[in-house]
Design a protein around this ligand. Structure first.
Ligand code: KG4
Ligand code: ZN
Length: 338
């Protein structure tokens, strides 16, 4: 079976082709266009600009994927499009391209949840079995998902205000480090002293929810106090912020593992690219005898392999596809699948 996946929920336009023969799943092509330059001047994703860019990028990316896989449209057996959660205009693009292809090729259409896609990636890359605890950390999300079986996910905790990626991006913007901020903060932090500034660890002692707004404010205050910023202070702020975030996530992840009684932790989402976060979580898991999985970074950030894969697993379980009446869902908790 050949599944085409389409993803455009935020600022990545992505197309993938997967081939499944039983349990053996191969990625024939994964095309990702990241709209950094479109949003650079704004310091964040502008929904209108994102939607227009997806509209322009899908046709050449679909062609490129078919070419790389050495296939034609007629070889596609089913089409999966990410229909939520995400930005309204972007989601519509994947959905409309997906439905149009499904109608013209007379093949099933799978309306696919972005968060389920992220959650399942470690099954593909690390052959991980259920159950496992997923820590999803991206520009739009920060949540713990207990994955019990295919289609059975429970959100057990998460941010009560901003997403974690925003915390990196806004800090970077304050210091003029460009967009997206995470990689820049990660890079600069390597040269700074993580103990230079003591930042708060919000909700450190309570439960497994996160709050990042206080941390953001504390960074803003630091930046204002140290004007004009030297390169050294910038590096120290980045290192201190990264230290605080990493520590907080590690404390909460350990508590979450205990809460659900699981011994497998998976990390995904764009922020999972952060080196210090990966190291800390790996250490915490090793210390408690749990297994830690971090898919390759290209599968942690937004991609269409995850969309095609989530649909493929449903199809293999006998799901015939979704109705063409299926609509986008800007908010679509992973607990509310099918
Ligand atoms: O998953 P993603 O590609 O897009 C969605 O939000 O769905 O995540 C993007 C986020 C951005 O906020 C970016 O700054 C952050 O991931 N990010 C990082 C790193 N690389 C990307 N944050 C911290 N450290 C990194 N190395
Ligand atoms: Zn994502």
């Amino acid at each position: 079976m050949i599944m085409l996946g389409l993803e455009s929920s935020c600022d990545e336009t992505a197309v993938a082709l997967l081939q499944a023969e039983g349990d053996n799943v191969r990625t024939l092509s994964s095309q990702v266009y990241t709209q950094h330059k479109e949003h650079l001047d704004y310091g964040g994703v502008v929904p209108e600009i994102a939607a227009r860019a997806h509209l322009e990028k899908f046709p050449p990316l679909i062609e490129a994927a078919l070419k790389e896989a050495n296939l034609t449209y007629n070889d596609i057996d089913a089409i999966a499009a990410c229909t939520g959660p995400g930005l309204n205009g972007g989601l519509m693009m994947a959905m409309m391209f997906g439905k149009s292809l499904a109608v013209s090729l007379d093949k099933p259409f799978y309306a696919t949840n972005h968060l389920e896609g992220h959650t399942l990636m470690a099954r593909l890359s690390e052959k991980l079995d259920f159950p496992f605890l997923m820590l999803l950390v991206s520009g739009g999300h920060c949540q713990f998902i207990a994955a019990e079986a295919l289609g059975q996910y429970r959100i057990i905790g998460g941010t009560i205000d901003d997403a974690i990626g925003e915390c990196f991006d806004k800090t970077a913007r304050l210091m003029g480090l460009g967009y997206p901020g995470g990689p820049a903060v990660d890079r600069l932090a390597q040269q700074g002293n993580p103990k230079a500034f003591k930042l708060p660890l919000p909700l450190r002692h309570e439960g497994i929810d996160f709050s990042f707004s206080g941390l953001k404010t504390a960074v803003r205050t630091l930046v204002e106090k140290h004007q004009p910023l030297t390169d050294e202070v910038k590096a120290d702020i980045c290192a201190s912020l990264q230290f605080a975030i990493t520590k907080l996530l590690s404390i909460k992840a350990e508590r979450a593992l205990e809460m659900v009684g699981m011994n497998q932790l998976v990390i995904s989402g764009g922020v999972a690219a952060n080196r210090s976060l990966r190291e800390q979580l790996a250490q915490m898991c090793a210390a408690r005898g749990a297994a830690f999985f971090a898919p390759p970074i290209s599968l942690c950030t937004d991609n269409a392999v995850m969309i095609a894969y989530a649909a493929l697993l449903r199809a293999q379980k006998g799901h015939p596809g979704d109705s063409l009446d299926a609509n986008i869902r800007v908010r679509w908790p992973v607990e509310e699948l099918r």
